[in-house]
Write a protein that binds this ligand. Structure first.
Ligand code: PLP
Length: 368
């Protein structure tokens, strides 16, 4: 928390706008839409709920297929699978670690040849970095397939100077506790399609018809964000620029200290990307470095410092065994990133001294 959040929460209490909706929800939606540069936004209980409502607005149906980046957190696609659709997974490119345009192109061509196009393509902005959107948008629009942009991790990041969260037919942010800003839990669905957002808004509050009594012509969900949490979000959003700068500084410090060492590489940032560096992600090549990502993780763990492997790709998950997968031209990029990848402690409030401890432990592993 930055400090100002409590004033917003207090205002919610003082005005008795505690029960679900209220002025902070509307304010937070307005401010997020403005930030992303889209016409309309909908505050929800989670990013997962946002993905779910987006898929429904995009007409997802039982028996449909959809495409999704393989290298992601399961919440990108779980709600869409739960709607009865089958995923087809797309590999990453080495340049951005995000969806490979060439793998996507092959998958789209195969879908067209088979006569069954995917209902939507979920493009995930991994670790706060945008996909190569121009290429992905161009491919998808040439086949008439809409994009759902998973910007859960990339709030504050830009592609060619434009904020992420504005590239999909629908896009969403997450305000889960681990993200760059948080409401303790929450999400935001974004789109230029005001009518679709209005319908998603109805679905998110149990789909009540306009009637004096409780009347329903369709079934909805209880997915709305509360006014108290939206107040936290409004104060947090003001900190975003500062947070991005802090995360980028954490990355730069790791990079300066570690990047020159054999076998150590960092998630690249193509010239079209301005990442928020939500997490500093690196790879440890066992041959060149003489150690492994797991050994570095264990060495950190022994000093009570938490680090994490990178996302285990969806095509390697037991739950998606047998699901169709399109690797990049040069091989299975996401599998090899998972093999060697490691996310270092990256909090916005990580002190230089604490970061030096991490760096020291990593260096000792490389040398030993
Ligand atoms: C966090 C996250 C989500 C889900 O957001 P929640 O608010 O936790 O439901 C979806 N996709 C990605 C890539 C995420 O990191």
């Amino acid at each position: 928390m930055g400090g100002e959040e409590i004033n917003y929460v207090k205002e919610a209490f003082d005005t008795n706008w505690v029960a679900p909706l209220g002025p902070h929800v509307e304010g937070f939606e307005r401010e997020c839409a403005l930030h992303a540069g889209v016409r309309s936004a909908l505050a929800l209980s989670s990013g997962t709920a946002a993905a779910h409502l987006a898929a429904l607005q995009m007409g997802i149906q039982r028996g449909d297929t959809f495409f999704c980046s393989s290298m992601t957190f399961v919440a990108s696609l779980a709600p869409v699978v739960q709607c009865g659709a089958t995923p087809i997974l797309i590999d990453s490119e080495p340049e951005s670690w995000n969806m490979s345009p060439s793998a996507l192109e092959r998958a789209l061509a195969d879908a067209a040849a088979s006569g069954k196009m995917p209902r939507l393509v979920i493009a995930v902005n991994l670790y706060g970095q945008s996909c190569d959107m121009d290429k992905i948008i161009q491919l998808c629009s040439s086949y008439g397939v809409p994009i759902l942009e998973d910007a859960a991790e990339s709030l504050g990041a830009a592609y060619k100077g434009r904020q992420t969260g504005s590239f999909g037919k629908f896009s969403f942010y997450s305000f889960n506790g681990n993200k760059i800003i948080t409401t303790s839990g929450g999400g935001m669905l974004l789109s230029d399609d005001e009518e679709a957002i209005a319908h998603a808004r109805r679905l998110s509050t149990q789909a009540r018809d306009r009637a004096p009594w409780y009347q329903h012509s369709e079934l909805g969900y209880n997915f709305r964000m509360s006014n108290v949490l939206a107040g936290i979000g409004r104060a947090q959003l003001k900190l975003l620029e500062q947070r991005v700068a802090a995360r980028r500084a954490v990355f730069d410090r790791y990079y300066q200290a570690l990047a020159g060492h054999p076998g150590i590489s960092f998630m690249p940032e193509p010239e079209w990307s301005s990442s928020n560096r939500w997490l500093t992600a690196m790879t440890v090549d066992p041959c060149a470095s003489g150690t492994t990502n797991i050994r570095v993780m264990e060495a950190l763990e022994a000093q009570d410092i938490e680090s994490r492997p990178v996302w285990k790709p969806m095509h390697l998950q037991p739950v998606f065994k047998g699901v169709r997968y399109y690797p990049h031209d040069t091989g299975d990029v996401s599998a090899s990133l998972f093999e060697d990848g490691l996310c270092l402690p990256s909090g916005s409030n990580l002190s230089p001294d604490d970061q030096d401890r991490v760096i020291e432990i990593v260096l000792r592993q490389i040398r030993d």
